[in-house]
Design a protein around this ligand. Structure first.
Ligand SMILES: [Fe+2]
Ligand SMILES: [Fe+2]
Length: 333
């Protein structure tokens, strides 16, 4: 419907490692990054910076949209009207996050149609966490507490990302994510104050979601090849392991309030580091899911394709209306 706003043609950057002296445009870009200023769509930027952002922001947007599915699964079965209303609001927030982020990516010269096509063709990535199933109501608590909780730890530093439209989108998203985390915590708290069966359901769910949530921060630092460049460009502010550690430090006291056990026998306070030591993460499962062999990979994409087809009439109607408006304006002028 709307065509993407391409600020200016993508020009190739000399890039790091090239010995030629920087062009005035590169100097300007480097100075803005150095001064912790924002890069805006109208500014010149290196190819690699633009591509990294397009990849990261579109993956993030796809995750928000695919992430609606595991929770919308429970809207019709929520245990009370209050829970249903909260869950609907939460899932709707995720759709909004997807839209802010697709818009931010569009300012870099990729169209919404391209991003959608890549997603439904199975060529674009989204967060693997959404390829897990949500078989119990307690999973709505775990997803909010752990998945949205991990998202907040990851995303708060992105509010200061050097690319303006991304950072500004993240400010609003983070406010909503913090509501999501609290509603998840509250679902678990209510279950933990309930019957033995409800407590067991909460613990079983946390057992399934804890490790996948830790994997949301990405591979360990020594196995994260793109991180150094993203950090130099001030897109990324903290390493994967730092953020993972920060998340666990936040979870431990909250788990104590809930009366839940985090399923890591090696988790313990370390007086020397002033942080919790974590057990070894088994990355085999993560790589399986990344390779498309997770419990719900196929279904998530299939559902997304169906939703895209179901929405075709809306897009056609909006495009026809827009054409009619343009014709009427042309006749009037
Ligand atoms: Fe979100
Ligand atoms: Fe969320």
């Amino acid at each position: 419907m709307t065509s993407p706003r391409v600020p200016h043609p993508i020009r190739s950057a000399l890039g790091a490692g090239n010995n030629a002296s920087p062009t005035p445009e590169e100097e300007q870009f480097n100075a803005l990054i150095e001064a912790d200023s924002r890069i805006e769509p109208r500014d010149w930027m290196p190819d690699g910076y633009r591509k990294t952002l397009i990849r990261q922001i579109s993956q993030h947007a796809n995750s928000e949209i695919i992430g609606m599915q595991p929770e919308s699964n429970w809207i019709t079965r929520a245990p009370s009207l209050k829970r249903k209303a909260v869950l609907i609001a939460k899932v709707q927030d995720e759709a909004g996050h997807g839209l802010y982020l697709y818009s931010a990516a569009q300012t870099l010269g990729i169209s919404r149609e391209e991003m959608t096509d890549q997603l439904i063709a199975g060529k674009a990535r989204y967060s693997s966490i959404f390829n897990y199933e949500t078989p119990t109501w307690a999973d709505m608590g775990s997803v909010g507490w752990l998945v949205d909780g991990a998202a907040i730890c990851n995303q708060v530093p992105l509010c200061r990302a050097s690319y303006g439209p991304y950072g500004r989108a993240m400010v609003r998203i983070c406010k909503e994510e913090s509501f999501h985390q609290r509603q998840g915590f509250e679902i678990l708290l209510e279950l933990m104050n309930g019957t033995p069966a409800q407590r067991a359901m909460a613990q079983e769910s946390v057992n399934r979601w804890y490790w996948p949530a830790l994997m949301m921060f990405g591979p360990p630092d020594d196995d994260s090849p793109n991180s150094a460049q993203s950090t130099a460009w001030k897109i990324k502010r903290f390493s994967n392991d730092e953020l993972r550690q920060r998340f666990v430090n936040m979870l431990v006291p909250q788990a104590a309030v809930l009366g839940l056990t985090l399923p890591d026998p090696d988790l313990k306070w370390n007086d020397e580091t002033g942080m919790y030591d974590l057990g070894e993460i088994d990355w085999t499962e993560f790589h399986e899911i990344l390779a498309g062999r997770g419990p719900a990979n196929g279904r998530r994409l299939q559902r997304r394709r169906e939703a895209h087809e179901d929405g075709r009439w809306v897009r056609d109607a909006a495009a026809a209306y827009s054409r009619k408006q343009t014709q009427e304006m042309a006749v009037a002028s």
